[in-house]
Design a binder for this molecule. Structure first.
Ligand code: IMP
Ligand code: MG
Length: 178
């Protein structure tokens, strides 16, 4: 039975585990041949659960940093504005950067963050997202490592929220629309 407020489970814990293992293997293989230190950057708050699992599946030395950005208020509709609430501690200049996001929806957030990151002159910049909702894309985003493509439904759990709730669900569920 899903938790209250969730109509159905879209992605089970087992599916999440398999997806994260696959992504970790893909990322490890990709960076294996690249000398130099990788910086893995999680976009807060949504990516923190995924980040914690993903970095343990990347079998290479790396540095972790976080950036807090927000596009959504406490609703399900994107405002299109990206606010940087907490910037990186690390300099990314001349380093190999992997940006980690919970979900790419309209693409507005990532599109802006990617441009901001490029201005800081990383040696390389790659994108990993746990979920992809391509049906709602407005701004183009080149995703290098994609977990699961989902239909146009508002989902919660495994770090993803609705009004800051449901982030602790171990699965991804579809939110009940009132
Ligand atoms: P975008 O700028 O429209 O791509 O939105 C990206 C951000 O919106 C994500 O990082 C999430 O925080 C949030 N978001 C988009 N779709 C969902 C969803 O289905 N559930 C929870 N958060 C979502
Ligand atoms: Mg987010």
């Amino acid at each position: 039975m899903p938790d209250s407020g969730i109509t159905r489970i879209l992605i089970t814990e087992d599916e999440i585990k398999a997806t994260v293992e696959r992504l970790g293997a893909e990322i490890t293989a990709c960076y294996m041949g690249i000398a130099g230190e990788r910086v893995v950057i999680g976009l807060l708050r949504g990516s923190f659960v995924f980040m914690a699992d993903l970095i343990r599946q990347i079998k290479l030395p790396l540095v972790v940093d976080f950036m807090a950005v927000s596009t959504y208020g406490d609703g399900t509709v994107s405002s299109g504005d990206v606010k940087v609430a907490m910037d990186l501690d690390e300099s990314i200049e001349n380093r190999d950067v992997l940006l980690v996001e919970d979900i790419v929806d309209t693409g507005n957030t990532f599109n802006k963050i990617i441009r901001m990151m490029h201005n800081r002159n990383p040696r390389s910049l790659r994108i990993c997202t746990f979920l992809d909702k391509p049906s709602r894309r407005i701004a183009h985003v080149d995703i290098d490592f994609c977990g699961i493509t989902i239909p146009d439904e508002f989902v919660c759990g495994y770090g993803l929220d609705f009004a800051q709730r449901y982030r602790n669900l171990p699965y991804v569920g579809v939110l009940q629309v009132e």
